[in-house]
Design a protein around this ligand. Structure first.
Ligand code: NAG
Ligand code: NAG
Ligand code: NAG
Ligand code: NAG
Length: 456
């Protein structure tokens, strides 16, 4: 995305210049002129991370910034300027493990590009989003729905489709729709890491129940149907418009496909919406140190962890020794009648742990403050790993402290053949003691300033 910090800088300099030289011109009138705002507060913790919104095009601004786009059907366009932040690197049990983690982080998918790891933190800078709103256009198959590609919705070149929506005459009966058909969006994991982010980024544009959503059909009995009902009141399968219909005509089309993958605003807001739909008030969740449950996500199906039982018993032993009434509970999604029940139960969870796998996506339904411990299978050469950075990132931006234990005794199927359970116990002890002591959140605001001036 084309972010030129110098242009923004000179633009801000103009504002302060005006303020200094003309005492009668207030910040308010200047922000009127340039249409700078923030989404209205919701009295939720995510308020602290709201983006700054620009809805008119300042002179010299980049031509593909949302309000600078030239398209007669665009009736409203927001450039969302997300605040910078940093997250602590994972908690580890040894220096050797820390070095291993950094090695594989830098090599992740050949190159971890979303952030940069320096000293004890991962930095996420200069993130932008766009909400483009069109009148009287149709969706004619671009971006291609549901498929992984560089120009897919939520991928790097989603902006190249800003002019892909053919105009038509329009009428009042046509729907107002949001395009959300990002890669694999009908799957639990990718609903949570992409669709939920776009639903959060567009939440201030109108009531979610007043829109239809352009999507591929969601299979019956998929948990994604419940996620939809949790995020959009009154949702029914008819709330979705089929993305594979040729020429889907809309009265209003919202195109939010440029949304950050990892930002505390959208990640926290999505979780707050999910928790509220489960009867949990995000403002009155008990602090993690007062919660009694360690939730152990057992591996099912592929990528077995061969001595998982042994390590689970060792953790149980630790909880008994600690004598604080904590209890270890095995987590299987099938034990819960609904995702709402999982979210509701999360207010009692102090730590979730388990080998890397789909079950860890449930951290999107967990209460802030909950610790996360991921057991990551890595291969002998350390640079290869089954784990990505995603659970570290998504936990940390939700104020959930994160620990990792890397397991290097693996086979080609990423099964963990054995792991020294003393490392697992050490990580759980460190996590529980840190949470008991009220350790600070792994997420911090960060102001870039001159911090990254050095080129060495
Ligand atoms: C924006 O400007 C660049 C060159 O500065 C040009 O290549 C690009 O096509 C322009 N984009 C649009 C949407 O006009
Ligand atoms: C969209 O179409 C409706 C109905 O034809 C029309 O009243 C309206 O002015 C159009 N809006 C734009 C921005 O083209
Ligand atoms: C969630 O918890 C609240 C309060 O603890 C309770 O009133 C509500 O019924 C629960 N909802 C579900 C779906 O379990
Ligand atoms: C795995 O890590 C341990 C230390 O944690 C090290 O001693 C051992 O050599 C490593 N094994 C492989 C195959 O790299």
């Amino acid at each position: 995305m084309g972010y030129n910090p110098f242009l923004l800088f000179s633009f801000l300099a103009v504002i302060s210049h005006i303020n200094f030289t003309k005492a009668t011109l207030s910040v308010q009138t200047v922000s009127e002129v340039h249409k700078i705002s923030v989404p209205a507060p919701r009295n939720l913790p995510s308020d602290a991370w709201r983006p700054t919104i620009l809805t008119s095009c300042p002179a010299l601004f980049y031509n593909e910034s949302a309000p600078c786009r030239i398209n007669t059907n665009i009736v409203y366009a927001e450039e969302l300027i997300y605040p910078d932040f940093r997250i602590r690197l994972p908690g580890v049990v040894s220096e050797e493990q820390r070095q291993m983690y950094l090695l594989f982080l830098h090599e992740y998918r050949n190159d971890w590009k979303r952030g940069r790891a320096i000293d004890g933190y991962g930095y996420f800078l200069n993130q932008r989003g766009q909400n483009l709103v069109y009148a009287n256009v149709s969706y004619a198959g671009r971006p291609y729905p549901g498929r992984w590609a560089e120009d897919a919705c939520m991928s790097g070149r989603a902006g190249s489709h800003a002019n892909s929506f053919p105009p038509w005459d329009g009428n009042a009966e046509a729907p107002a729709a949001v395009f959300i058909a990002s890669p694999d969006h009908t799957y639990f994991q990718h609903f949570l890491d992409r669709v939920a982010m776009m639903l959060a980024q567009t939440r201030h544009l109108g009531r979610p129940e007043d829109f239809k959503y352009i999507s591929l059909p969601i299979p019956l009995r998929s948990p994604v149907q419940e996620l939809w009902t949790m995020m959009v009141p009154g949702w029914t399968p008819e709330t979705l418009l089929r993305a594979n219909t040729p020429n889907l005509r809309t009265r209003l089309l919202v195109y939010p496909c440029q949304s950050p993958l990892i930002h505390p605003y959208t990640q926290q807001l999505a979780t707050e919406i999910l928790l509220m739909s489960a009867g949990v008030d995000p403002n009155s969740i008990p602090p993690a140190r007062d919660r009694p449950v360690v939730l152990f996500m057992t591996r099912q199906g592929s990528r077995r962890w061969h001595n998982e039982d042994e390590c689970r018993q060792a953790v149980e032993g630790l909880l008994q020794t600690r004598g604080r009434g904590e209890q270890l509970m095995a987590f299987r999604a099938t034990d819960y009648p609904s995702l709402r029940a999982v979210a509701n139960a999360s207010t009692r969870v102090k730590l979730v742990m388990g080998a890397h796998g789909g079950a860890l996506n449930n951290i999107a339904l967990m209460s802030p403050g909950t610790g996360v411990l991921e057991i990551c299978p890595v291969s002998g050469d350390y640079r290869k790993s089954r784990c990505g950075a995603m659970f570290w990132e998504t936990a940390s931006v939700r104020n959930m402290p994160y620990w990792v234990v890397l397991a290097n005794n693996t086979n080609a199927q990423w099964e963990i053949l054995s792991l020294d359970c003393r490392m697992v116990v050490a990580a759980v002890r460190d996590a529980l003691e840190g949470i008991d002591a009220g350790m600070p959140s792994p997420l911090e605001r960060f102001y870039q300033g001159n911090a990254f001036r050095r080129t060495s």
